[in-house]
Structure formats: C-alpha cells, structure tokens
Design a protein around this ligand. Structure first.
Ligand code: BES
Ligand code: MN
Ligand code: ZN
Length: 484
C-alpha cells in the first residue's frame, strides 16, 4: 500500500474515488473547489445524504474533474467530531471502496484540518480496516486498494505522523496474523520464530528452552507445560534505544488453552488459539518501537506454552515453586495464565530490575462478564502509571477501566499448605487473578491489562474486522510515546 502526500486541488486528483468528509448538514464546505462537484453535492444533501456519522454515498463525477468518483462520508455533528470518529470514518470509507473494487483512492483533508484534527487518524482507520487474514484460503480476494493519496500540504509533522501510523498499523497486522493463526501452526516454537524475525541492531531476542527454565527455577511456568508435547519457549526480547532502566512488557502466550486437567467445555474452545494475544501485542510493540527507533529501553517477555491435559499434566492440588521462591497450590489448571505470568514477572524483576512492568493477558472469562467487549480491565500498584495508561486509552480509544486491588482480596488466595493458591473462587475472579500477579510484582511499579473481552471481535467494527483485534499495540505505543 502506498500513501503519497500531494499538495494539489481535489478536482485535479486523478483517482478511482476521492473521499470527501462532511459534518452534518454542511453541504457547502467544498464550494471553494468550484461548481463541478458542488451541484452534485447539493443535490445529494437534498435527499439521500446528510453527513450523519459514518453515512456513505458513492457517486460518479461529471465531466471537468479528474477523480472518477466521489465518496461522501459523514462525520456527524460538528461539535462531536473526535479523533475516534475520524478513525471510524476512515475505516468505513476504505472498506466500502475496497469492496466496490477501487484501487487508487484519495482523501481530502481540508475539513479534518479545519476541525483541528489529524488526517492521520483517517489513514489509521483506513489501514486498520483493510486487514484480511487469507493464509488458509486457496482463492484469495483480489479486491485490494493499492494507493491512498493524502491531499494536503506537506510538512515535517505530517510525514512524522505518517511514519508513526504506518509503523503501528503494520505491527497491528503482524500481531493479528499471529493471533489468527490456528494453534497447530502457532506453536510456542512458531511464536519464538516470529520473535526472532524481529531481530536487528538494537533488538536482541533470546529463547529459553525447558532446561533453561528448570535451571532458573521457573517451576510455576513449567507446571503449565507438562501436558503438552510441544516444547515450551520462554521468549525474551530486548530493545535498547536508551540507557535508562527498561520498561518490561509481559504478554500471556498460551498458544492453546484447553484448560488442562480442569478441561474447558468444548463449546467455543476453538477460540482458545487467541490465548497468546497478549504475547502478540508485546511483539507488535517491540516491532514498531524498533522500526521507529524510539529513544526508550524495552524488555518483552513471552512465556509461551500450550495448556493441555495428558498423563504427565499438572493435576489440581499440585504445588510448584516459582523463581521468587513462593510456592503455589494449583487448584484449577485452567487458571494457567497467572501461573506463567507469575514466573515471567519474577524473571523480569530478577534479571532486568525494570522501572515498571506492564503485563497484558487474556486472563479471565470474568473480564467479559464485567465489561463485555468494550474495555480492557486494568489493575495495578502505581497511580502514575495507571493514570498515564488511562490518558493513552482515551487518545487511542483502546479503552481501559480500572478495577480495585483491595487488601481484603489477599484472603481469597490463601492456601492451606502453600504460600498462595491460584484461584480465589467465583466471586471477584477478575480481580483475584490480578491480585495473584500483584503478589509477584511486589514493590515494582506494575499494571495488569486483562484483554480477554477485547482481543477477539465477533462482528466487524469500523476499523477492526472480525477476528483478532491486536488490542494493546496502539495503547502501549501511546504509553511509550509519552513516557517521561
Ligand atoms: N484464557 C482463559 C480466559 C479466557 C476466557 C480468555 C475466555 C478469553 C475468553 C483463562 O486461562 C481461563 O481459563 N481463566 C479461567 C480462570 C478460572 C479457572 C479461575 C476463567 O476465567 O474461567
Ligand atoms: Mn485457562
Ligand atoms: Zn488461558
């Protein structure tokens, strides 16, 4: 996909379709470009188009202008337009034009700039919406947009923003591909290979094998691997763009979650290939950060394994000792995410002394019970980091909602014979899962993001097609951008 910036008049832009955004009821905005479109636009506004949010109208143009067609897209009420509504408009317009077979399209940015918003939000929405996962189809869809021209004055700011947007959207594509891949092809070894493919001068990747994890004493992580024949891979990435202490990003990387001996019901179990969406998001962030050569220090950790039942699998009631020395009584083998994360958090603290940790995980079914598919559940021990993530969530519209970590939850996880148990019962299970991690984070500033409700989309959204969303990539990139 090419995204040239051209400083030419809308009427002089040769393309299959030119996108013209409108706010509700304002048909005259493009009047200054002459009467060629204007008659058509005015006619449309008299009946079939009003500029309502995400409303679309594609029309062939008349003689005298270069674009073959114009696509009117509504942004809704003028005082309600936001970065998010622009992003959604970009998604809606791009998918509509792709499905109509358009190849070269262009977008007028004068209204968006007039509203003091960035045209790059429109491009971001367009690029994110055009994602398709076709790896396993013999017949690929040949409808593809080749070219989105941005009609605008060129500037350093615009080209920087364009670079940012392209890096982020390509990392989102990268992460979505990993998540959508079925577990027979997305094994821990494949995930390690994907991580290794990102290596460059500033980004190193180390893959710890089972014997390394044994030597390091990560037996809580290893307890999850025991039922599977696929070798586990504990993947560690280091991006060095600065000298400061690193920010550690830890992504849950269960390449398939059957529940283990505490087997899940078979209805919907096929979805559990996406239980590595946290790990994929972390890879996406490291890819984008290194492509953009950001001046930050990052560590990415993906404790990868399958969670399967079997003759040598961990059984309810078993106890394992973690890298921190804490012992865990495993009441339910389906609460495996917190087990692999506990050792990953312990490892991060021991080996990197990070200034902060963010973990991202499809951790609990209770997350979607509480918030549906609309927000990430967030819990942590550091007010400043939590508040920064809230701000990033508002900017990116990868929404978060904070949940509490009251001291009283500690009781829920008391084991009769070990230091802690891995489940705290049905009530409050979204929070007790995080509380379990909190016990391993200790004093290190830490935030947990539960993406169980948002990592997978059941129905197309304006810029997230059905399937893996790769949520977290845009959010964490915004957090990093604003790190101080
Ligand atoms: N991977 C699941 C959580 C999940 C469920 C993610 C549905 C996405 C969609 C996690 O490992 C799990 O099984 N959690 C259990 C914990 C319980 C046994 C305490 C759950 O939430 O049911
Ligand atoms: Mn599970
Ligand atoms: Zn899981």
């Amino acid at each position: 996909m090419k995204i040239p910036v051209k400083n030419i008049r809308e009427t002089n832009c040769a393309c299959d379709a030119l996108i013209l955004p409108f706010v509700e009821g304002a048909s005259e905005f493009y009047k200054k470009f002459g009467s060629a479109f204007q008659k058509q636009i005015r006619k449309a506004f008299s009946k079939e188009f009003h500029g309502k949010r995400n409303e679309l109208l594609l029309m062939p143009t008349t003689e005298g202008v270069k674009p073959e067609r114009i696509l009117l897209i509504g942004l809704g009420k003028k005082n309600e337009v936001s970065a998010e509504s622009i992003r959604q408009a970009g998604g809606k317009a791009a998918v509509h034009l792709r499905d109509k077979g358009m190849k070269k399209i262009a977008v007028s940015t004068s209204l968006i700039s007039f509203l003091n918003l960035s045209p790059l939000n429109f491009i971001e929405g367009a690029l994110l919406s055009l994602y398709k996962y076709e790896r396993y189809r013999k017949e690929k869809d040949n409808k593809k947009i080749d070219n989105i021209t941005i009609l605008s004055k060129t500037s350093k700011r615009l080209s920087d923003e364009l670079k940012w947007t392209e890096a982020i959207t390509s990392s989102v594509y990268f992460a979505r591909d990993l998540i959508n891949t079925p577990s027979n092809d997305m094994t821990p070894a494949h995930l390690a290979k994907a991580a290794l493919s990102l290596r460059n001068k500033r980004l190193s990747v180390k893959v710890l094998e089972r014997k390394d994890a044994e030597r390091l004493g990560m037996n809580v992580y290893l307890s999850v691997t025991k039922g599977s024949h696929e070798p586990p891979k504990f993947i560690v990435l280091q991006y060095k763009g600065a000298k400061s202490k690193p920010l550690a990003l830890i992504g849950k990387s269960i390449t398939f979650d059957s529940g283990g001996i505490s087997l899940k019901p078979s209805d919907g179990m096929e979805k559990m290939k996406y239980d590595m969406a946290g790990g994929a998001a972390v890879l996406g962030v490291l890819k984008a950060a290194s492509e953009l050569k950001l001046p930050v220090n990052l560590v990415g950790i993906l404790p990868a394994t399958e969670n399967l039942p079997g003759g040598s699998a961990t059984k309810p009631g078993d106890i394992a000792r973690s890298i921190t020395g804490k012992t865990v009584e495993i009441i339910n083998t389906d609460a495996e995410g917190r087990l692999i994360l506990a050792d990953a958090i312990g490892y991060a603290i021991k080996h990197f002394g990070p200034k902060a940790i963010i973990d991202i995980a499809t951790l609990t079914g209770a997350c979607s019970v509480a918030l549906g598919n609309e927000a990430i559940a967030m819990m942590g021990n550091d007010r400043k980091l939590i508040d920064n993530i809230k701000k990033s969530a508002e900017r990116t519209c990868e929404r978060v909602w904070e949940m509490p970590l009251f001291d009283e939850y500690k009781e829920y996880l008391k084991s009769d014979i070990a230091d802690i148990k891995n489940t705290g019962g049905k009530n409050g299970s979204l929070v007790t899962a995080a509380y379990f991690l909190y016990e391993f984070a200790g004093k290190t500033p830490w935030v947990h993001l539960d993406i169980a409700g948002t990592a997978w989309v059941e129905k197309d959204k304006p810029y997230i097609p059905k399937g893996a969303s790769a949520i977290g990539v845009r959010l964490i990139m915004d957090v990093i951008k604003n790190l101080k």
